[in-house]
Design a protein around this ligand. Structure first.
Ligand code: NAD
Ligand code: WQD
Length: 337
């Protein structure tokens, strides 16, 4: 298939482009590089040893998208492009709704005009909201989201559901990611956040490589196994493979929803200890207060993806740690080297 990957110069997108290209698909990356990098695309080409088309374009630029659809016969779109910093979204709600929601509307209009009706959307476990019991199951309703980022994901899910209800040519896969971490085993591509990392794994990696002094663990008084929060971390390469499998779900019209996670909760302390055990590198940390909005613990019931797509995670926590460290130690400043 020929697949347009929006946001393909970013973290999850670049890893997915590798898996797509290695499976024989042709890929056209569309990215405005607001958080992605040219260098990531160059390195993807190095890993796969074949060309990958790249178009620098904002998904809100309808003319730009039309030009891409005119130039390439696209079979399906995998839609990663969006802003993803939860804290920033609280201060800049309009930027988040514009980029994530309006951007998706423009993309879908351009797709329909080009006769392309298959889309995989990067959704998030955050759409289950703060009240859902664990493990999260796709059959549960979307809950109340607590920040504009999460709300933008829930809104886009609803938009795509309404679109599929209105026109049966659409097929939509909503993939709800849990906590992707790790890097390609080559060490050539990985997560490269701008500024201070918001997320745990890149923060640990930057402390380990000497870019930051210590990790602050946000809270050790939660009702969990060791008092720190638990999350469902999955290897980004497994997540990327999930997209390949989800292309199958697009063969039938309508909407399908899949959790992509391991089904296991891992605590912040377990993450730090596991990093040190696997890499031999100490990560100095101290306990700080709780981060507003954090939930104590959640993880996926990922059995639907296994049943219907034949997808299950293959890499374990040690792989996630080893691969994160291979990437970070070889690229201490990320792609800016
Ligand atoms: P990322 O920031 O590394 O990648 C997003 C890419 O989209 C970047 O390359 C950026 O330049 C591009 N982009 C943003 N706005 C754009 C626009 N208007 N037009 C064109 N390109 C644009 O983030 P990621 O971690 O790879 O996440 C990819 C997707 O998965 C996002 O939609 C994110 O919300 C979602 N998601 C991520 C996580 C996570 O923990 N990383 C979890 C759940 C869902
Ligand atoms: C994991 C755990 C923190 C940093 C967020 C978004 C979610 C999403 C993925 C997109 C928590 C703790 C973190 C630090 C810490 N993606 N932590 N010190 O919060 O589960 O999810 O990213 O859709 O929507 O909310 O992931 O990596 O930020 O945090 O102690 O410096 O690590 O408190 O318990 P989270 P995270």
């Amino acid at each position: 298939m020929r697949i347009m990957v929006t946001g393909g110069a970013g973290y999850i997108g670049s890893h997915t482009v590798v898996e797509l290209a290695e499976a024989g698909h042709e890929v056209v990356v569309v990215d405005n590089l607001c958080n992605g990098s040219h260098e990531a695309v160059r390195r993807v080409k190095r890993i796969v040893g074949k060309p990958v088309q790249f178009v620098e374009c904002d998904i809100r630029d309808r003319q730009g998208l039309d030009a891409v659809f005119n130039q390439h016969t696209i079979d399906a779109v995998i839609h990663f492009a969006g802003l993803k910093a939860v804290g920033e979204s609280v201060g800049k709600p309009l930027a988040y709704y514009d980029n994530n929601v309006n951007g998706t509307l423009v993309l879908c209009e351009a797709m329909a005009a080009a006769g392309v009706y298959r889309i995989i959307f990067s959704s998030s476990a955050t759409v289950y909201g703060s009240e859902a019991p664990v493990p999260y199951l796709e059959s549960m309703h979307r809950g109340t989201t607590s920040n504009p980022y999460g709300t933008s994901k829930a809104m886009v899910e609803k938009v795509l559901e309404d679109l599929a209800a209105a026109d049966e040519r659409w097929s939509v896969a909503l993939l709800r990611y849990f906590n992707p971490i790790g890097a390609h085993p080559s060490g050539l591509i990985g997560e490269d956040p701008q500024g201070v990392p918001n997320n745990l794994m890149p923060f640990i990696a930057q402390v380990a490589v000497g870019r930051r002094d210590e990790l602050t663990i946000f809270g050790n008084d939660y009702p969990t196994k060791d008092g720190t929060c638990e999350r469902d971390y999955l290897h980004v390469v497994d997540l990327a493979v999930g997209h390949l499998k989800a292309l199958k779900a697009l063969e039938v019209p309508g909407v399908s929803v899949y959790n992509l996670g391991t089904g296991q909760g891992v605590s912040v302390l377990e993450m730090v200890n596991s990093f040190t055990r696997v890499t031999g590198v100490e990560v100095p940390y101290r306990f700080g207060g709780r981060r507003p909005g954090d939930l104590p613990a959640f993880w996926a019931d990922a059995s639907k993806a296994e049943r219907e797509l034949g997808w299950t995670t293959e890499k374990n926590l040690d792989d996630m740690m080893a691969d994160t460290w291979r990437w970070q130690s070889a690229n201490p400043q990320g792609y800016a080297e």
